[in-house]
Structures are given as C-alpha cells and as structure tokens.
Design a protein around this ligand. Structure first.
Ligand code: FEO
Length: 403
C-alpha cells in the first residue's frame, strides 16, 4: 500500500519512516526513528529527487509507482549518494530504463564505487549554477561539497522557491504521518534531535555549511525539502539561524554543561555541588551528564548548545577516564571550538586528569579558554574545600555573565 503526501500541487513526498534502525550510521542512537525523504515532481517531465535507504526500498517503490500512475520516469536527480539516500537507486533504474540521472561528477564516481549499474542510463553532470527545465518547473543546481560528503549538491526549484537541500536542514526522528514543520511543535519536540543530528553528522564541516548558507541567502527560498525530517514551509529563517550558529561554533545559549566521569560517586558529588552553587548564583541553565551513561552524540549536541563546559574526571591508569577521553576526542573530531572550560580532577593517588584534560583542550581544540580556577579532589570533595568550590563557581558565573 502506498504512503505518500502531497507537498505542493506538483510535488509529492514518497519517502519512508524507519523505527527499526537502532543506530544511525551504526553509531548514533535514534530512539524516535528516522525518515528517509524522497520527492517526485510531476511536470511535463517526471522527476525523482533522491531515493531511500535499502531497508525502506519496498515502500518507496510502491510510493513511486503510485505517484507515477503508469507514466514514465524521465529524470532522477541525486543530490547525495550516501547509502541512506542512494541505496535504492539501482532498483529504480532497473524499473525505469529510460530515466536519465542528474548528479555531480563525484556522485557518478561513487555510484560506480557502490557497484550500481548506471552506465546504461544517460548521465547528466550537474554543474554549479546550471539550470534544467522540466516544463513549468526550472531548477538550478548548487554544489554543496562537504555538507557533509564531497559529492553533495542541492537543487533549487526556481518556479516555486523550493530548495531540495540534501542532508542540510535534516533531523533524526520519524515523521509518522506528519510532513510539514507546522504540523509539529518543532522547538519543543524536535530541536534536540535536529541539533544532535547536525552536530554529529555535519558538525565538523562548519566552513562548507557557511559557504552553502551564503549561496542560499541569494535565493528566494519559500520551502526546504531535506532528506530527513520535516519539510519547512514556515519559520524557515528560525531554522537557518540555528544552522548559522552551529556552523560558526557559536553557542546557542549562555549556560554550563557539566560532564563528569565518576567511578564511585565522588566526582559526581563534586559535579552536583558545583551545579547547586551555580544555580545559587543565578546561573540556572545548567545541564549535568554522566559521561558513562550518556551517549556521546548527546554530549556533543549539548556542547554545541551551551557556552561553558565543566570537565570533571577521575584519573584512570594515569590517564583521563576512557569515556571522558572519548568525549574529548569526539569534540576534536567534530571541530568543537570557542567554548570556556573549567576543570575538576580527581585521583586517589597521582592525580593527572586535570593536567591532561587541560592540555587536550588547549592543544587539540581551537579557540578554547580554560579558567584558572580548578578543583582538585583527593578521592572526594571535603568540607575544607568549600572556598575552592565557591571560587570555581564564582569564576564560572562571572564568565557566563560576560559571554
Ligand atoms: Fe542522510 Fe549523508 O546521509
């Protein structure tokens, strides 16, 4: 049975939702599922924009058949060849031998790398700024390299102001019947997943995203059709603003993320004592996470959201606690920068974690400031360290106030 939604008079969403996949890219948990979006434009020519993950192929093919209604498929525009969108291409080609493929030169190379039989089809290499007419609709191709793969492009439908944005402006979360951003409370129910999606999938590539946003600012965009999550037809500027902040590594909010690594609860107790002190001083935008039971993708998303980070870690084998080290490595991998950091270290003997975390932050990350005040625990925070705790909280509160 088909499951499609009309986007505009000529455009249909023919994607699918996936609640069975536990880990996106086999690494990021997606408890709310994910959607793979694909679109069909019906004009004098019928045009398919991207396909779906292999797991959703059957539903997608039923949807495509339904929307085409026996008509032929003239063009397939591939904006992004990552398999969560490109995997079903070959199945479409088998069923529509007359379809021409439009994509970037790098994407055609990838189609061959993935072993897709594309050579019996006409291949049209989309060049930056080139247009193609499908009848009433005329589209322009815009390269979007490294957002977040090198072959990516976006396609702009000049006729109706629709941007087919590939992964840009996507989010985790299955649509479950809804399609448009105004059919949901996005800020309340989706923003967290959108932030986690962006920061972990695209976060490393802030400069290419900025380049795309610059190009997009010259277009009269009235609708955004991404490859994951809702179609944006209102409040578009609000979401673009989030992308602008994330891709410039500017915090969305003044506030403190306290990430702690604790083996027996003593470092955790210090983290909680600091959180309470901060709130007492009026800094209530405080989020406390145990790195051992919080997925690193959530830690990264929160790191992009907040202006200040407290790293609280035990010393383990004379090193930073492994899970904390993994979080720091992800920060580096995803290009996290421009945050203020405070350190809490703990060691029952030979306490090293503070020195090591400070060095990592200063040497491996860009634009980070480490506060002078530091809290050192010998196994546990003592009453006699109340002044040191107070000083750390004062320093953080002052810095948050200035941010
Ligand atoms: Fe949703 Fe980069 O694939």
């Amino acid at each position: 049975m088909h499951c499609v939604r009309k986007v505009t008079e000529d455009l249909y969403w023919i994607g699918a939702n996936d609640h069975r996949l536990a880990l996106f890219e086999n690494i990021h948990p997606i408890p709310r599922g994910v959607s793979y979006n694909s679109y069909v434009l019906k004009d004098e020519k019928n045009v398919l924009f991207d396909t779906v993950d292999w797991s959703a192929c059957r539903q997608f093919l039923e949807n495509l058949d339904y929307v085409l209604g026996g008509e032929k498929l003239d063009y397939i525009v591939i904006n992004h060849m990552e398999p969560d969108h490109g995997a079903s291409l070959e199945e479409v080609l088998l069923r529509h031998p007359e379809a021409k493929i439009v994509s970037t030169p790098k994407a055609f190379v990838m189609m061959h790398q993935f072993g897709f039989a594309v050579d019996s089809h006409e291949q049209i290499q989309a060049k930056e700024g080139e247009t193609l007419s499908f009848g009433r609709h005329v589209v322009t191709f815009v390269n979007a390299p490294m957002v977040h793969w090198p072959e990516a492009m976006v396609t702009f439908d000049q006729t109706e102001g629709i941007l087919f944005s590939a992964d840009a402006f996507g989010t985790f979360g299955a649509l479950d019947g809804k399609l448009f951003n105004d059919e949901m409370d996005f800020e309340k129910d989706w923003l967290e997943d959108a932030r986690r999606y962006y920061t972990n999938i695209v976060g490393k590539y802030g400069a290419p995203v900025q380049a795309l946003l610059k190009k997009a600012s010259g277009l009269d965009i009235r609708m955004i059709c991404p490859l994951h999550g809702p179609v944006w037809r209102s409040n578009i500027g609000w979401f673009i603003e989030k992308y602008d902040l994330w891709s410039r590594y500017v915090p969305e909010e003044k506030g403190v993320l306290i990430a702690y690594a604790s083996m027996y609860g003593n470092t955790e107790a210090a983290a909680q004592a600091l959180a309470a002190k901060l709130c007492e001083k009026g800094v209530t935008n405080v989020a406390v996470y145990d790195v051992s039971n919080t997925h690193v993708s959530q830690l990264i998303a929160e790191t992009f959201r907040l202006s200040h980070i407290v790293l609280a870690s035990v010393t383990y084998n004379m090193e930073i606690y492994p899970v904390m080290h993994s979080y720091l490595s992800d920060m580096k991998g995803l290009n996290v920068q421009n945050r203020t950091v405070a350190i809490i270290e703990n060691g029952t003997w030979a306490c090293k974690s503070g020195e090591l975390m400070t060095r990592f932050v200063q040497e491996e990350l860009k634009g980070m400031k480490v506060l002078d005040e530091k809290l050192t625990l010998s196994s546990a925070l003592k009453e006699g360290q109340a002044d040191a705790l107070e000083a750390l909280a004062d320093s953080l509160a002052a810095s948050v106030g200035e941010a």
